[in-house]
Design a protein around this ligand. Sequence first.
Ligand SMILES: [Zn+2]
Length: 73
Amino acid sequence: MEAGPEETIQETPPAEAPPRERNPGGLFYECINCGSKISADQLAMTPEIKCPFCGYRILRKVRPPIVKHVKAR
Ligand SMILES: [Zn+2]
């Protein structure tokens, strides 16, 4: 009795494109105390708005220098 050589090769589909930066607004905050940059995404995960590094509560909004053409509506 022979079991047929059954070879089912299931190739898993390649992972999707590498995750882009999850930062829809491209907004950053900068701690005015220690100068760390915190993404808005990261800030959204913390219960309070404060620097996760030094605990300072005053953050400055920073926009990354990305030039984007925005179509006028
Ligand atoms: Zn800080």
